[in-house]
Design a protein around this ligand. Structure first.
Ligand SMILES: CSC[C@@H](O)[C@@H](O)C(=O)COP(=O)(O)O
Length: 380
């Protein structure tokens, strides 16, 4: 149960509580998360008082989505430092909590480097802890700004690919403000299209096994009054065949140097469908998701998750934390294949949209150039 690894507090909270924040009550600093496992049924907060609690929350998907994992990882390092724990141990545990989303280790490293540099310079652990927190806050703010720019670039691309009539966008998993310091990645583009009066329909894949589409994207779409429709993942083919999709927009957990895109399992089949039906397949992600140190698809570690997520229906009303199952669907003991992500090869990706611009066609050279344009991270 949630309460075993972090304190759960509050219900009936007003809509729009932040997905993550740092608080300093008299008992000591904490990282407060919106518990995404409980959405949309209830908006509850998880209060993490140390890095192991945050590691558990990351594993349980209480906090999730590539950009937010980076921010959470950075705050986790700051928390360990502020509470006097071993920062390097905490950094190792946090970075290893989920292997595929590269943003997690990027965020952890960023706060850890700030901590190390300040400690080397001042020899003062309090100043080093402040530096780690400043790095986490800066990453949080940068992510919000990156969201805005991705939305602009993404909408410009949609308008260029299809003029008139409004956009009918199919999306997978959840890529909105629940995964970001801002309005997200792919979802932010759909939101920008909606605000510009050019979103005709957002098709939302339910995203089995954990229903990030049905639970989280539908929740965000409803809260923003988007014209949206939910479908089962396996209904996407007939939607394409009916000519109802103008573009697929997804996020990414890691983009390899050759342009291979790891994202929520089910993204690759959409890319295949999109190519067959001559529909653009667009990936929206911050530059921090591009990992030039990972050469290709074969080098991406894909997280394997417990079989019960497939054999059972795991819903927010069902206590999943601590390793329990949900509502059993398959016979007891049925073996399950449950990769959390799949990898789409670059030749199926029409464009990669980042805050620094768009790469299309997707080539290693184009991605490397775009990354070199990106401002090197600095720590205040
Ligand atoms: C901008 S979010 C991109 C991805 O992180 C998102 O599509 C996704 O796959 C999230 O997976 P999750 O397992 O819910 O963390």
């Amino acid at each position: 149960m949630a309460d075993q690894y972090a304190q759960t507090r509050g219900d009936n909270r007003p809509a729009g509580i932040p997905v993550i924040r740092w608080e300093e009550p008299p008992e000591g600093p904490v990282v407060v998360l919106l518990d995404q496992t409980r959405l949309p049924a209830e908006e509850m907060e998880l209060v993490c008082t140390d890095a192991p609690a945050l590691v558990e929350a990351i594993r349980a998907l209480a906090v999730r989505g590539a950009p937010l994992l980076g921010i959470a990882g950075a705050y986790g390092v700051a928390l360990a430092a502020a509470r006097g724990f071993d920062v390097d141990d905490a950094a190792t545990a946090l970075a290893g909590a989920r292997p595929t989303a590269v943003n997690l280790s990027v965020g952890v490293r960023r706060a850890q480097s700030a901590h190390q540099a300040a400690l080397a310079k001042t020899g003062d652990s309090r100043q080093a802890a402040s530096a780690a927190l400043a790095a986490a806050r800066q990453l949080h703010q940068e992510d919000a700004r990156a969201s805005d720019r991705m939305a602009e670039h993404g909408l410009a691309l949609l308008d260029e690919l299809q003029s008139g009539g409004g956009h009918r966008i199919l999306t997978h998993c959840n890529t909105g403000s629940l995964v970001s310091g801002g309005e997200g990645t792919a979802f932010a583009v759909a939101l920008a299209a909606h605000r510009a009066g050019r979103l005709r329909r957002l098709w939302v894949d339910e995203t089995r096994p954990l229903f990030q589409g049905a639970r989280l994207t539908a929740y965000e779409a409803a809260r923003n009054d988007l014209p949206y429709t939910l479908l089962t993942d396996n209904a996407a083919g007939s939607l394409f065949a009916a000519g109802e999709v103008d573009a697929v927009l997804i996020g990414a957990d890691r983009i390899a140097a050759d342009g291979s895109v790891a994202n929520k399992v089910g993204s690759y089949p959409l890319a295949v469908l999109a190519r067959y039906h001559h529909v653009p397949f667009i990936v929206v992600a911050p530059v921090t998701t591009v990992d030039l140190g990972t050469p290709d698809a074969a080098s991406i570690e894909v997280e394997q998750r417990p079989g019960y997520e497939v054999t059972d229906i795991v819903a927010p009303q069902v206590p999943v934390m601590g390793g329990g199952g949900g509502i059993p669907v398959a016979p007891l003991g049925t073996p399950a294949y449950n990769p959390a992500f799949d990898v789409t090869p670059p030749e199926l990706v029409t464009a990669i949209v980042t805050e620094e611009g768009t790469v299309s066609p997707v080539t290693a050279k184009g991605l490397a150039e775009l990354c070199s344009r990106s401002r090197q991270p600095t720590v205040d």
